[in-house]
Design a protein around this ligand. Structure first.
Ligand code: AMP
Length: 401
């Protein structure tokens, strides 16, 4: 089955056309700067070089039209007819407490998704826009919503409740939800295969370190705790997000700088984290480069990033009462031996010990980077969120037939 996987942001659409028989991407790409000047579509067929096309891409509907045209194009396409696309899988960031697994998209579901906008005003509206755009451009195709929050739905109340009046949870659904669920789930399953042990028997800590970053404690295949919270702002330092912060700081800064809610939101989500501390960039590669040329705030950003990650790793081992394997994934986790080494420092007491040479060699590929005498395995596993979305879409569409 050929499934189009769509991940919509405010001004971008990422896509992959996945053949579920071979579990490979026939093509992948991204439309960026939607609604701005110089919109661009980057498209990579699996067997030919990447191409870039710029155009007037005013909204998500036009963006999806460009994507379909590219998939069909004579020179860069991978299908001969649009009927070859059998279903569409959509990444939806927030499923609230209601959606604990992926679901078929129906008119009733769209109403429920709109009700969830209140929980995720920065993310869900764009996902809904993507679904509407696909309904217009590829009418009649079955579509499935796959939620970032779903994998974390079995977290126990002691892990998800905040120290606020309980009525805030009851009235507004304020609790930890967790995100990046498809990635944590995928790498946990891959780790079980690499270790040759059933997931049910493993205690894992999965570190998804991309532009957004989160850690999950996966005990017996169940996410029992995770660092992102009510929104994807909590937890680790990220490219531009603060991660954990004393909430009183926000009130203090808002008062001192006379910030509006919108400005405060922008400060916390867009100007903080690695970019905020380093003053260099949100991109870990550039920060590492600057640190190597003795940029002191770049060094501080990396140290703070790794220190916080290390604390989460130890905390989650304590939460589970043990650890079999630590997994690194996503852009930074898969590609940065420096960050892996720095975040594992001082964790020898709990059995984590890296083999320096193996760590340095593991760039963008599956690898066991533990030293021979480590009692906890440390693994690098490239994530594949799109494949999880495609698999779920296939399963749900076939069950609905
Ligand atoms: P993602 O959101 O998963 O695409 O990850 C993006 C992040 O991965 C950015 O901060 C990149 O700088 C980082 N990244 C990608 N390649 C490397 C690398 N070789 N070393 C360090 N960070 C990298």
């Amino acid at each position: 089955m050929k499934i189009l996987v769509i991940n919509c942001g405010s001004s971008s659409v990422k896509y992959q056309l996945i053949d579920t028989d071979t579990e490979t991407a026939l093509a992948k790409g991204m439309v960026s700067r939607i609604g701005m000047s110089a919109s661009v579509l980057t498209h990579k067929p699996h067997d030919r070089p990447e191409v870039k096309v710029s155009g007037e891409i005013l909204d998500h509907i036009v963006a999806i039209e460009y994507v379909v045209a590219m998939l069909l194009s004579e020179n860069h396409g991978v299908i001969a007819d649009r009927s070859e696309i059998e279903a569409i899988g959509h990444r939806v960031v927030h499923g609230g407490e209601k959606f604990t697994e992926s679901v078929l998209i129906t008119p009733e579901l769209m109403l429920e998704l709109r009700n969830l906008i209140d929980l995720a005003p920065l993310h869900n509206p764009h996902n809904i826009r993507g679904i509407n755009a696909c309904q217009k451009t590829l009418p009649g195709l079955p579509m499935v919503a796959v939620f970032d929050t779903a994998f974390h739905h079995q977290m126990p109340p002691k892990a998800y409740i905040y120290g606020l009046p309980y009525v805030m949870y009851k009235r507004y659904g304020i609790r930890r939800y967790g995100f990046h669920g498809t990635s944590h789930q995928y790498v946990a399953e891959q780790a079980s295969q690499m270790l040759g042990k059933p997931l049910e028997e493993l205690k894992l800590i999965t570190c998804h370190l991309g532009n957004g970053a989160s850690v999950a404690a996966v005990d017996g295949g169940v996410s029992v705790d995770t660092s992102m919270g009510f929104t994807p702002l909590e937890g680790l330092l990220m490219g531009t997000r603060t991660g954990d912060l004393d909430p009183a700081i926000i009130l203090h800064i808002m008062a001192r700088e006379e910030l509006t809610l919108h400005e405060a939101n922008t400060l916390l989500n867009k100007h903080s984290g690695l970019a905020g501390i380093s003053g260099v960039s949100s991109d870990m590669r550039e920060i590492i480069e600057s640190a190597h040329s003795n940029h002191s705030n770049a060094r501080l950003a990396i140290d703070a990033y790794c220190y916080r990650l290390r604390k989460y790793i130890a905390a989650y081992a304590a939460a589970m009462g043990g650890l079999d394997a630590l997994v690194y994934t996503a852009g930074i986790g898969e590609n940065s031996p420096d960050v892996r080494e720095c975040s594992c420092e001082n964790l020898e007491f709990m059995g984590i010990r890296l083999d320096k040479a193996k760590n340095n060699q593991a760039v963008g590929q599956k690898a066991d980077i533990s030293a021979d005498d480590a009692t906890v395995r440390t693994l690098v596993i490239p994530t594949n969120e799109e494949l999880v979305i495609a698999r779920d879409t296939k399963r749900i569409v076939e069950a609905a037939k």
